[in-house]
Design a protein around this ligand. Structure first.
Ligand code: NAD
Length: 369
């Protein structure tokens, strides 16, 4: 692999390889774009097949964060990190603190958080060595579990999609299927039931199902594979990715897709077009599930639950803007989301050329004398 070709291909600014022999740390931090602000993104701990797979993943994920932050209206750039190895065998205080020192060395260009394979406790170790970490527990002044905020963002995005599709944004009487009632799905179910929706759920985990049906006995449960055939208005994928594919799209009865799962379209172009052909309105996953990111980003200014909730509710209008742009420019919604993100980066990047005149570190005005 030609490393510089790989890094420059998609416009990454900086890639840092970190090694600490004593703790066994081998990590890669990728900063994709810092036009809007410091690059925020989680640290994934994963036993990659080889170093090349780890590099490809961190480049892909960090670029995704640039789009996600930009489309969500955050003053943040895109970054991500991967720690290579089996988290079950390698995790230690020493390793995370070593990692924290590398993050600190980037002087705030990269801000980390949890991701697959890392937890709040791990980030608290990282925090011993760096100021540039989020995803800390509420007890320590952080934002805590992001799932309720992710669910709130999905709920608001769903209401926007319903408003765009039907002219009525209340979920009262609307039939919604929720695939996966884990951390996000179960909070989404609470909001839907509270709003008067008729909810159908499925999960492969019986305990998670029981937790929801005990609280909401009126809810209908179907077998995992039957969820695609359910007679509903909205399909909310909140489990794994790639559930929108040639095997499922033709079966959907819903006219709106609005859920938290990442990478819902198995193949973006093919499956995005297939949904449009069936006149199913697709809410771009990385925007509708940005509530957790918005919540964590709030830690940077001192976490405030009321402000965070307010910002997460803003996903409603962002989703609506994406649909309007998609309609006016004849684009598929996920492409319109990318366009919205790129236009914001270009637009804000341009105003940053104006000389501010005073020394300031304020966001959006970061040219310092
Ligand atoms: P989770 O692991 O807590 O819940 C996922 C649930 O889906 C589990 O109950 C699991 O048993 C179930 N599931 C797995 N395979 C299934 C299948 N084939 N059919 C039905 N159910 C199945 O995860 P989560 O934190 O709730 O996240 C859900 C999705 O949302 C994931 O794709 C995640 O990447 C995405 N997401 C989560 C957050 C967050 O704040 N947690 C933020 C952004 C995106």
């Amino acid at each position: 692999m030609l490393i510089f070709d790989e890094i420059t291909k998609k416009g990454h600014e900086q890639v840092v390889f970190c090694h600490d022999e004593a703790s066994g740390l081998r990590a890669i931090i990728a900063i994709h774009d810092t036009t809007l602000g410091p690059a925020l993104g989680g640290t994934r701990f994963y036993p990659y097949e080889d170093d090349e797979a780890a590099l490809i993943d961190v480049l892909r994920l960090s670029r995704g964060m640039t789009y996600k932050s930009a489309a969500s209206g955050l003053n943040l750039g895109g970054g991500k990190a991967v720690i290579i190895g089996n988290p079950k065998k390698l995790k230690s205080e020493q390793l995370f603190r070593a990692y924290g020192r590398f993050v600190q060395g980037l002087a705030g260009r990269y801000i980390t958080a949890e991701d697959v394979g890392t937890t709040v406790r791990d980030m608290e170790w990282v925090r011993h060595e760096t100021d540039f970490v989020t995803g800390i527990s509420r007890a320590l002044g952080g934002s805590g579990d992001p799932s309720p905020m992710t669910a709130l963002g999905v709920f608001e995005g769903m209401r926007a999609a319903l408003a765009f599709r039907t002219g009525k944004e209340s979920v009262d009487g609307v039939r919604v299927s929720v695939q996966g009632v884990g951390a996000v799905g179960r909070h989404l179910v609470d909001l839907l039931v509270h709003g008067g929706a008729q909810v159908v759920i499925c999960d492969i985990d019986q305990q998670n199902l029981k937790m929801v049906t005990t609280k909401h006995p009126e809810i209908l449960v179907v077998e995992p594979d039957d969820i695609y055939d359910a007679a509903v208005d909205v399909y909310a994928p909140c489990a794994m990715g790639a559930t929108l594919n040639p095997g499922t799209i033709g079966r959907l009865k819903a006219s709106v897709v609005a859920g938290s799962a990442n990478n819902q379209l198995a193949l973006e172009d093919r499956d995005g077009a297939a949904l449009a052909e069936r006149d199913i309105l697709y809410s771009p996953d990385y925007v509708i599930n940005a509530g957790g990111l918005i919540n964590v980003a709030n830690e940077l200014e001192g976490y405030n639950d009321v402000r965070a909730r307010q910002q997460v509710k803003g996903i409603h209008d962002i989703i609506l803007d994406i649909f309007k742009l998609a309609r006016s420019e004849g684009r598929l919604p996920y492409k319109a989301a990318n366009t919205l993100a790129l236009r914001r980066i270009e637009g804000i990047g341009r105003i940053k050329n104006h000389w501010c005149g005073v020394q300031t570190q304020k966001r959006g005005c970061d040219r310092v004398i």
